[in-house]
Design a protein around this ligand. Structure first.
Ligand code: HEM
Length: 155
């Protein structure tokens, strides 16, 4: 029986996009920003909501600094917005953070390393709760730790 080499053409035509798109997809996943990988602003808003809800009442964090920071609805709203924007910018998101610097914001609060670590623990738990991939949790916690020199005033 005569087998034409051309009879394979339809199958090749179907398979070709797979060969072309597989490396393209791999490249996209590797080059997507941390911000996009975790799900952008909606995901960060959920993380910050959970994070503030558990960190704010924790005496090990003492977020209100002995009650001197008043957690009014307006203050909490602005804090959450700034936290989302700050994280988004640090994770390669499209919008710039326009709040005050970490140094200016936290100067005079007398934040200890233990309080910083307690807060970081709440952030990590919120990331895990919101199903952020383990490698991305590690990357975000590195970013959080990098802010310590500007925030911690007491050992
Ligand atoms: C991972 C470490 C931390 C990050 C990334 C961070 C980030 C921020 C950001 C973005 C703001 C908003 C700044 C603004 O509104 O202009 C803020 C405000 C604030 N942070 Fe932090 N923070 C951290 C650790 C802490 C810790 C450990 C405490 C206390 C134990 C704390 C207490 C506060 C308070 C009380 C405010 C409100 C200040 C105000 O509105 O005047 N922060 N923080």
């Amino acid at each position: 029986m005569l087998r034409s080499p051309f009879r394979l053409l339809p199958a090749l035509a179907l398979a070709l996009p797979l060969f072309v798109s597989a490396p393209a997809l791999a490249q996209t996943a590797a080059t997507r920003s941390l911000y996009d990988r975790v799900g952008g602003a909606p995901a960060l808003t959920a993380v910050v909501g959970d994070f503030v809800a558990t960190a704010a009442p924790d005496p090990k964090v003492d977020f209100t600094r002995g009650g001197s920071w008043i957690a009014s609805d307006a203050a909490v709203f602005t804090l959450k917005k700034h936290l989302v924007d700050f994280m988004a910018q640090a994770m390669g998101g499209p919008k710039a953070y326009t709040g005050r610097s970490m140094k200016v914001t936290h100067t005079g609060m007398g934040i200890t390393q233990a309080q910083f670590d307690a807060l970081a623990g709440h952030l990590q738990a919120a990331l895990v709760k919101n199903k952020v991939a383990a490698a991305d949790v590690t990357a975000i916690m590195k970013i959080a730790a990098s802010t310590a020199p500007d925030i911690v005033e007491k050992p």
